[in-house]
Structure formats: structure tokens, C-alpha cells
Design a protein around this ligand. Sequence first.
Ligand code: B12
Ligand code: SF4
Ligand code: SF4
Length: 343
Amino acid sequence: MARTSLSAADVKEMAIELGADLVGIASADVLNAFPPDPRWPQTPERITPYCKSVIVIVLTIPVAVFRTKLSLTVQYMDQAVLRRLDKISHRLARKLEQRGWPSFVTMGQETDLSMKNGSYGRLSTRHLGIEAGLGTMGLDVNILTPEYGPRVYLTGVLTELELEADGPMTEQVCIGESCSRCLHSCPTNAIQHFGLDKRDCAQAAQEFGYGVSTGFMRDYFDADREGKKEMLKDRNMFGLWQGLLRVAGSFGDCPRCMAVCPVGNDYHAYLSEVQKHIPEKTAEKIAKAKHFKAVRKEGGDAPGLDDWNIRWVGADGYQGIVARQLKEYKQRQLEREMSEGQD
Ligand code: B12
Ligand code: SF4
Ligand code: SF4
């Protein structure tokens, strides 16, 4: 098949036309050289030796769901966004193949049961996004994009086409320990110092996930006849059914760290008032954040900020990107109001 030459700008334009909210490009060589956890490399070369570039596609979660009273609204939209993300990326991969460049979409939500209790993807799509220059890692290890903060999902198209890569941002987008709003809001207190206790997080983020479902089944097999009948009416049985039917409930259940993060123009426009107060904030969590701040200041032990991980947090540290953004946002708002007043 004849190959059509394509530049990074051409590919990005195609992705935006297909409906991507953000798009960036990472080099496969760089991803192979910098695996998030070198003990078990999440690298393109472990999937295919032919990948030259990864095109990272980002879709936002509609901000409206972070203004509702039910976390179910977020869960439901999460699933819709993920389906659309795969469709857009698949269409892009197909277009590239039609131009002679073999390409496919990564298995974004699949995990390997033999790795870290099934909490490990074949690639970490957050790290793909960071290497593609789309944002940096937050205190809660969500990728924070300057445009939409953490309220995004992302995936990667692995292609044999060599493209000019974007390279990671060196400015830290996360405000850091002095903000700690994600930590204050976390219902299971899972957030560490640029790290996460995944087991604790999963209690809220996967209410009827793998752990709960298999635990329920174990109890079911051990129960007597009457117990089994009763268990069929159990909330966990219903959750399992709902999860199989709609996926909602099996993952993406907890909106809190995403809802309260003050990064992104969507936050300034629609969330700053409704999410200002954090009811889950406790004295214990405030003390935890203060401790993290002291550790950073004194250069203490923080694995999430070590020489390897700092690459994804932003080596230059926080330099006020959120304050700059808010200033620009307010300026634009003022200009709009003034021009409306003249009409
Ligand atoms: C499994 C999984 C989970 C698990 C584990 C999460 C995790 N942090 O790994 C659970 C169920 C807890 C979870 C929860 C959520 N998830 Co999730 N999840 C995934 C999935 C499928 C795989 C994640 C993965 O591979 N992690 C592996 C790695 C990088 O994590 P790790 O092992 O902890 O890595 C650390 C260590 O390696 C350490 N490290 C690095 N080098 C070294 C070296 C040494 C020696 C040591 C010791 C350590 C070390 O630093 C790394 C960074 O902290 C991804 C999709 C994907 N394929 O990436 C989505 C994904 C991460 N999830 C996502 C989302 C949205 C969520 C939730 C918000 C869902 C919700 N609403 O409830 C929460 C957020 C929790 C949080 N604050 O992180 C999005 C993130 C979007 C974003 N803006 O960042 C993703 C990217 C899905 C997507 N396609 O967009 N998730
Ligand atoms: S998803 Fe919920 S439980 Fe998990 S880290 Fe974020 S706030 Fe905490
Ligand atoms: S809430 Fe604050 S500390 Fe947490 S990720 Fe967002 S900016 Fe960083």
C-alpha cells in the first residue's frame, strides 16, 4: 500500500475534527526509556516492536455532572465518555491505516490481574498524556490538564508513523500541598503525597468492582440454602447486576477528587461556587496535608516526588499557572460583559 506522508499537525487536525477535546503526541522511544514503574514497564515495546509514536486523545467529562447531587450522574457520563473516546480513537487509527500507517487503539481500561492486584494497565494512559505535553500529575495522581483540570479521560493510538513529539511540560500544573483540596475531599482518605492507596480508593471508586463482586460470590458459595435465597436480594447482588448491565457501579463511582480540583477554566466558570465548601474535610486530613508540605520543604522522603517520578509532576515546581488562568478568565469575562453592555 502507498504511504501518504503526514505531519504531527495533520494528525492533530484529524483528531480534533473527529471530536477530540485535546490531542498530543508522545515518542515511543521516550515512553520505552521512561516507564512509570521500571520494575514492571508499561511501555509500547511490551505490546508491539513497531510502534513509533503514541497519539494521545483526551475527552472531557461534562462539567454539569459535577454540579449534581448524585455521583451516579458522573458514573453514567464516565461510561459514555469512554465509549466515545474509543470510537474517536478507532476512527483516527482507521484513517491512518488507510494512508498506509498501521495503527490501533490501546486497551485503555483493561488491567493485568497478575500485576499489582489487577490495578495495572498495559500502558498508563495518564503517563502517555503527560509525555504528550497535555498536563502534569496532581497530588492525587490524576493528570491535570491546564484546560479542564482532572475532569478528563484519555487514551492512546499506537502508530507506526513517526511524528514530531510534544514532550512533557516542566511546569507543575498542580498547586500542590498548600491546596490539598483533593486530599480533603477524599472519602476514604486514599490520597498520598503524589501517590494513592489504590485499595482504599477502590472502596469508593469501585463500589461494586472486582473485589466486592468476588467477595460476594465467595460468601454466596459458603452460604446455606436459606442464606443463598436471602443473598439474592442483597444490595451487592443488585450492584453486580447493574454493573454487568451498564458498567456504572463497577468503576468510576467517586467524583470527589475530580470535582473539587481548582485547575481548569471549567472549574472557574461552573464549579468554584458549588464546590467551594468541602464537607469531608477533617482536622486529621488538614494535618496530613501540613505534614506533606513540611516534607516537601525539608526535602524529606516522598516517593511520588523522587528523581524518577518528578518528571511527571513537573520538575520546575508550581509557578502559578492556576492564578494566571483565573486572571485571564476574569479579564475575558469583563470584556464580554462590557461588549454586551455596548450592544
Ligand atoms: C486500575 C485503575 C484504577 C485503580 C488504580 C488507580 C491508579 N492510580 O493506578 C483505581 C480503581 C483505584 C482507580 C481509580 C480511579 N480512576 Co482509574 N484507572 C485505572 C487504570 C485502568 C490503570 C491504572 C494504572 O495502570 N496504573 C499503574 C500505574 C502508573 O500506577 P502505579 O502502579 O500506582 O504507579 C505509580 C508507581 O508506579 C509509582 N512508581 C513509579 N516508579 C516507581 C518505582 C518504584 C521503585 C516504586 C516503588 C514505585 C514507582 O509512581 C506511579 C505514579 O504514582 C487507568 C487506565 C490506564 N490504562 O492507565 C485508569 C485511570 C487512571 N483512571 C481514571 C480515573 C478517572 C479514575 C477515577 C477518578 C475514577 C472515579 N471517578 O472513581 C479514580 C481516581 C483515583 C486516583 N486519584 O488515581 C483515568 C484518569 C484520568 C485522569 N484525569 O487522570 C484513567 C487514566 C482512565 C482513562 N482511560 O482515562 N483507577
Ligand atoms: S476517586 Fe474518590 S476515593 Fe479515589 S482518590 Fe479520588 S476522591 Fe479518593
Ligand atoms: S485539588 Fe489541588 S492539590 Fe489536588 S490535584 Fe488539584 S490542584 Fe493539586
